[in-house]
Design a protein around this ligand. Structure first.
Ligand code: 13P
Ligand code: SF4
Length: 333
């Protein structure tokens, strides 16, 4: 039976999802790259770090995760006794795909004196093989706590790793993964847009390549870009990240203008994340009704992955000092 035939004809999806959320004692978490209808029905919209914190702290029985699979996996790792549902199990990520666990394990084994500082956009198995997880909003705070003599492997996003490496003047061994969405922005088209709007600053996500980052007035996570949107002095902002985030900007700042940075074809259609786009209101409704697709994780792998995620949560809020980093080095796989 196709998904749509499972949704009653004429159903008021907003009302149905709302009723199911109450019936199931569910919380709906959504990333900023989800479509506006999903963002608007969510209990909480946030970046990867904020969503991880919410998932760890919720007292709901069910977490309906509107984002991509590594985010829903993270929720399950942190809250194993909750049911975590993802509207479409195929909502993956090119960064996760770029980093198969066996290859990552071999890379780690080839560099035994390095710790693995790993971007959250990876599989649970890769998290289990890592020492500390970072998100784009926590990476700088965490990197600043790692002693300068400690050698580091950074994966799987070579652009985020390269950005941190340049900013901190610190060499790191970079895994060669990229985000296909941020990689698709065009420097030529961005400069043409900048000529049209010379006073508009550019805010970019660190998953962008250096050709975009080098023109940015602000570089940061999705929540960081939103904060910059609220605080910059002008009235027009060029946004170099997935364009669905503009929904939050337009809601909060109706008097400012937000322009999505262009892809190579001169419009930003190639910058819509195809994985995030797999989640729809219909699929969210069916997932809440049937409690499927549901995330399951092998317990042994989960416990190892949780260790590196817990370090992120502690270090991101500055509750771990330099002394604990010695333990990090000793516990690497
Ligand atoms: P943020 O943590 O900045 O929201 O980034 C998430 C992400 O990778 C989506 O591409
Ligand atoms: Fe992955 Fe890029 Fe989509 Fe984020 S925008 S989920 S990094 S493919």
């Amino acid at each position: 039976m196709s998904l749509l035939t499972k949704v009653p004809t004429g159903a008021d999806l907003l009302a149905e999802i709302d009723a199911l959320r109450k019936e199931r004692n569910a919380v709906i978490l959504a990333h900023y790259y989800q479509t506006p209808d999903i963002q608007d029905i969510a209990d909480f919209v946030g970046d990867s770090l904020e969503l991880s914190r919410k998932a760890a702290a919720t007292d709901a029985d069910v977490i309906a995760f509107c984002g991509v699979k590594f985010m829903a996996d993270t929720a399950k790792i942190l809250s194993p006794h909750k049911k975590v549902i993802l509207p479409d199990m195929d909502a993956g990520c090119s960064l996760e795909d770029s980093c198969p666990p066996e290859k990552f394990k071999a890379f780690r084994e080839a560099h035994p004196d390095h710790i693995a500082l790993t971007y959250i956009n990876c599989s649970t198995e890769v998290k289990a093989l890592s020492d500390i997880i970072v998100t784009s909003s926590s990476a700088e705070t965490i990197l600043a706590q790692i002693p300068p003599e400690q050698k580091i492997i950074f994966g799987p996003d070579r652009h985020l790793g390269g950005y941190l490496s340049r900013k901190f003047g610190r060499e790191m061994l970079l895994w060669p993964g990229v985000c296909i969405v941020h990689e698709a922005f065009s420097e030529t088209e961005l400069l043409k847009l900048k000529e049209q709007y010379p006073d508009a600053p550019i805010a970019a996500h660190p998953e962008c390549p250096p050709s975009i980052i080098d023109h940015a007035d602000y570089v940061g996570s999705t929540s960081g870009i939103l904060k910059f949107a609220r605080e910059f002095a002008g009235d027009t902002l060029i946004v170099a990240t997935e364009p669905h985030i503009i929904h939050q900007m337009e809601k909060a700042l109706p008097n400012k203008t937000f322009i999505g940075a262009p892809g190579a074809d001169g419009n930003c259609s190639c910058n819509i994340c195809p994985y995030m786009a797999l989640n729809t209101m219909e699929k969210l409704y069916v997932a809440l009704r049937d409690l499927t697709p549901q995330i399951t994780i092998d317990e042994e792998v989960r416990i190892k992955a949780k260790r590196s995620l817990d370090r992120m949560l502690e270090m991101a809020s500055g509750t771990v000092g330099m002394g604990d980093l010695g333990k990090v080095r000793l516990s690497g796989d």
